[in-house]
Write a protein that binds this ligand. Structure first.
Ligand code: FDA
Length: 457
């Protein structure tokens, strides 16, 4: 067991922790980053499975994600557009694959009208929300004590409209059943992307990818820190005192520091023994935050066969097992890759089946969008973050019904020398790598401000 002393100990080498560590080091402070896993990147993980490069975790970059875009540029990485030529596919209650182009998918004129009206209403509400302070909205209590599902059902009884309005923040983003989180949580998700319209626009929200994989971002950030990153070092105990700094005890190293940045998903805070225990407010608040759950499915084919049929690869249906799927072919790759998503309760149900049955059911669903060829990929892989000890779900964490207005304002408030940083506590960029970077920057700034205040005469 080695023991070292630094100005700041950062716990977690995801995008948030590595950003904070880089900022602090650049400002002249000494840092140590303790990471539980044997790799950096956390929920950003690019790996090669049976010869295919796959983005196991986060991958897409959207045009409003300034913090991520700046980081990508600063690291000298290149991006490429998601393939989107040709027709998209929507499957409605009739179970038939309907091809369409443009923004609106094919539903009846009445349903289209309702979707347009409610979308306009949502955009107006979202425009009033500051994503960094949704709890400050005058109607925050009302909006946080009604479920997303219940609010939508107050707007219309058109079931197809409800399902299609519900899923962009439900299955597709928070990856929880729509009765389990609030309207306010849904509005925050939309506000973090600029508007509800942005969130439903795949060409906006799933715009670009990084050539060679998004994990290069954390890998290059870690490279700049050199020996200051310690892998395979889960922090088990964190001692702290108001004026006396912190001591982080990991499996093979102990770090004494003046400040700590806790850069992990909030659902994992309770894996660490805090001495003394965290204050009552944090104990309560952290119990009201939980992970969503989605299976990200990768299917690689000899060729992107759907393109020959004039399909863009963009496909969705609230009635399908895989509620959305896209062309996810790598830059310059001759083979074609589809990525599909199976969310919340449907994902729970699938994990009760055998692996073979699960694969068959998922590929069957993809074949409804793309035709029978989809059933025979050369590489098939399911990203299952629910079974990862150091993540426990996907994509990220959110409050239960009523939790956001009750606790949100305290999410990022430091506890003595302990600062918090994670995409799951972000406003802008919430639940995305962009938000992780923003929170890493914020925690670093909080520490630098404190030090500045200490030395100011
Ligand atoms: P993150 O969880 O990445 O990092 C925390 C780190 O702390 C981990 O490395 C963990 O091992 C470590 N840790 C935990 N406990 C510890 C302990 N006790 N001691 C030491 N270390 C500890 N985003 C996006 O922008 N575009 C996208 O397309 C997607 N898509 C997507 C798909 C899938 C399948 C997932 C799972 C996620 C996404 N996301 C995404 C979300 C995005 O990946 C995520 O928001 C950020 O990567 C989170 O970064 P953080 O650094 O906040 O946490």
């Amino acid at each position: 067991m080695s023991e070292i002393t630094r100005d700041v100990v950062v716990i977690g080498a995801g995008a948030a922790g590595l950003t904070a560590a880089n900022r602090l080091k650049r400002a002249g402070l000494s840092v140590a980053v303790l990471e539980a896993r044997d790799r950096v990147g956390g929920r950003v993980w690019t790996d090669t499975i049976e010869g295919a490069m796959l983005e196991i975790g986060g991958q897409w970059v959207s045009p409003d994600q300034d913090a991520l875009i700046e980081t990508i540029a600063e690291l000298g990485l290149e991006t490429f557009d998601r393939y989107r030529e040709g027709d998209n596919v929507y499957i409605g209650p009739d179970g038939v694959a309907h091809r369409y182009t443009g923004e609106m998918f094919p539903v009846s004129a009445e349903t289209e009208q309702i979707i347009a009206e409610v979308t306009a209403r949502l955009d107006e509400m979202v425009a009033e929300i500051d994503p960094d302070r949704p709890w400050a909205h005058p109607k925050a209590v009302d909006w946080d004590t009604i479920s997303w599902d219940a609010w939508l059902r107050e707007q219309t009884d058109d079931e197809e409209a409800i399902l299609n309005l519900a899923f962009p923040t439900g299955s597709a983003m928070l990856t929880k059943p729509t009765h389990s989180f609030s309207l306010l949580q849904s509005l925050l998700m939309a506000a973090s992307a600029g508007s509800y319209t942005h969130l439903v626009d795949a060409d906006f929200i799933l715009d670009k990818r990084v050539v060679g994989g998004l994990q290069q971002v954390p890998l290059l950030l870690a490279e700049r820190l050199g020996d200051d990153v310690f892998l395979g070092q889960p922090v088990r105990t964190l001692e702290y005192s108001e004026g006396g700094g912190v001591v982080a005890f990991a499996d093979g190293v102990t770090v004494r520091a003046r400040h700590a940045v806790l850069a992990l998903a909030p659902v994992l805070y309770n894996r660490i023994s805090f001495v003394p225990p965290l204050p009552r407010l944090q104990h309560q608040m952290h119990q009201h935050i939980s992970m969503g759950f989605v299976i990200k499915v990768h299917a690689v084919y000899e060729t992107p066969f759907w393109r020959d049929k004039g399909l863009s690869g963009t496909a969705f249906s609230p009635y399908e097992l895989s509620h959305e799927a896209y062309d996810n072919t790598n830059h310059g790759d001759e083979r074609g890759t589809l990525v599909g998503f199976v969310s919340d309760r449907t994902a729970d149900d699938l994990f009760r089946l055998s692996a073979e049955e699960r694969k068959e059911r998922i590929l069957e669903s993809l074949s409804h969008y793309y035709g029978p060829e989809a059933k025979n990929p050369v590489v098939y892989y399911e990203s299952d973050w629910g079974s990862e000890e150091w993540t426990r779900g996907a994509y990220a964490a959110s409050f239960d019904l009523g939790g956001l207005h009750r606790y949100g304002a305290d999410l990022r408030t430091p506890v003595g020398p302990i600062h918090f940083a994670c995409s799951d506590i972000a406003g802008a960029g919430y639940q995305h790598v962009d938000g992780a970077i923003r929170m890493g920057r914020l925690a670093a700034q909080q520490i630098l401000d404190e030090i500045h205040d200490e030395i100011r005469p």
